[in-house]
Design a binder for this molecule. Sequence first.
Ligand SMILES: [Zn+2]
Length: 147
Amino acid sequence: MLIPARMSEAEEQRWVTVMLDKLAAQESKRVLGDAELSERAERLSAQYFDGRARPTSVRWVTNQNTRWGSCTPSEGSIRLSHRLQGMPEYVVDYVLLHELAHLLVPGHGPRFWRLLEAYPRTERAKGYLEGVVAAERLPHPPGARDE
Ligand SMILES: [Zn+2]
């Protein structure tokens, strides 16, 4: 770190604290790694499904552009699209929970959605993702480039 000259010790201490806070803020915005994603899935399963959904692997994939997440129940593996990276936490959590629920219930019948009702932000997250899809389908504003 470059510390401006002629700071008193107290000023210096305060400046270091401010810089560390800034670094911590950046840190919290960075993308979760696969290990953290697994931990998060474990926590969500414990919180909402009594820990019954136990994935063997949870990871990001970049080859999934039409689905937000997918899972292979026979293997217990869950994959999330990298397109979710940078979206709000509650949206990523919803997609994780959705795939975790598929480890317990295949398909999207009433039993499946009853599981997801436990998560208070299911509707909001679904709305967010629908909004993203709708926005991508919108034509670019006419003449936006030459105006
Ligand atoms: Zn599904």
